[in-house]
Design a protein around this ligand. Structure first.
Ligand SMILES: [Mg+2]
Length: 305
């Protein structure tokens, strides 16, 4: 935990220009002035793809605190560059999807988020790494993160954490794909699957808890594979999920892992934190324990994560 009167040091802002939040970047500058920021490095990017270069620049310039203005995509890009540096990251959740911030209890209110960034506490959090790139929320194949947002309200309420799996699968364009998943070098799943999901945090989309008891500081990634296909199997999945935990479904397998290798029978587009990456036949994933330090709200004694 940080002392209450911490030295502000050099602050860098990496902002996605198209993301609006509170009174915008003008308000952010005022709030930074109020916090007594002396040395300020200011970077704006037109798209998140341009952010890693600025993040590396901020590190090179000696930033003590890097504030990321944007959503999960921006955070993913910045954190990928900052991981392992030990430099603290503050998140200003200006995106359309702010799942990482939500999972950490960072408020979607500009003055409050800035307050957390300057007066919260540092937490070393795990990241996942897939095919050489870090992610903070989730990664996988066989679903469409944007479409998963559509999970209908009634379904969410009835099925809770597992609904996203179902919703994602309902929208799967492809069908079952031969898949082999190895955990720590040992075959864990072999067969036809429609979706493979890796989670660093529990809440993956729209307030739905995808994984039970997931924590971004336990040194483990959550992993789930779903094999249901067609309306009859889905009816069975839904029946089981309504009655209990998603793990009880014969079409959903979940566990926890540190090192994962997945091979697919045909190329599949994979996603990192809501952004689509290339089509691949192999995914190599691992947990990066304590890979990034994030400024989060001060713990009140209750569980934040
Ligand atoms: Mg974990």
């Amino acid at each position: 935990m940080l002392p209450r009167k911490q030295k502000v040091g050099t602050v860098a802002v990496i902002a996605h220009q198209r993301k609006s939040f509170g009174g915008g970047l003008d308000e952010l500058r005022r709030l930074l002035a109020d916090e007594g920021v002396g040395e300020l490095l200011w970077y704006e990017v037109p798209k998140s793809k341009k952010a890693p270069k600025k993040a590396r620049k901020a590190l090179k310039e000696g930033a003590d605190l890097i504030l990321v203005w944007g959503g999960d995509g921006m955070v993913q890009r910045c954190v990928d560059a900052i991981a392992g540096s030990g430099v603290t990251v503050g998140i200003l959740p200006a995106g359309t999807g702010n799942l990482f911030a939500q999972n950490l209890g960072i408020p979607e209110d500009l003055p409050k988020a800035v307050h957390v960034a300057f007066h919260g506490e540092n937490r070393k959090l795990d990241l996942g790494k897939v095919n050489g790139e870090h992610f903070a929320v989730m990664a996988g194949v066989g679903f469409d993160a944007a479409m998963m947002e559509e999970a209908d309200r009634g379904l969410k309420d009835r099925l809770g954490r597992a609904a996203y799996v179902w919703t994602g699968l309902r929208h799967v364009r492809g069908e079952l794909v031969p898949m082999e998943v190895r955990i720590d070098g040992v075959t864990w799943f072999e067969g036809e699957a429609s979706c493979l999901l890796l989670g660093n945090v529990g809440t993956i989309t729209g307030g739905i808890e995808a994984f039970d008891d997931a924590r971004p500081d336990d040194g483990w990634l959550e992993i789930g594979v779903t094999t249901a296909n067609g309306p009859i199997q889905w009816a069975r999945v839904l029946g089981r999920m309504s009655a209990g935990r998603s793990e009880d479904s014969p079409f959903v397998r979940m566990t926890r892992a540190r090192k994962i290798t997945a091979r697919f029978g045909s190329p599949m587009t994979y996603e990192l934190d809501g952004g689509a990456k290339g089509a691949v036949t192999k995914l190599k994933a691992k947990v990066v324990p304590g890979g990034v330090t994030i400024r989060v709200p001060e713990s009140t004694g209750s569980e934040q994560l």
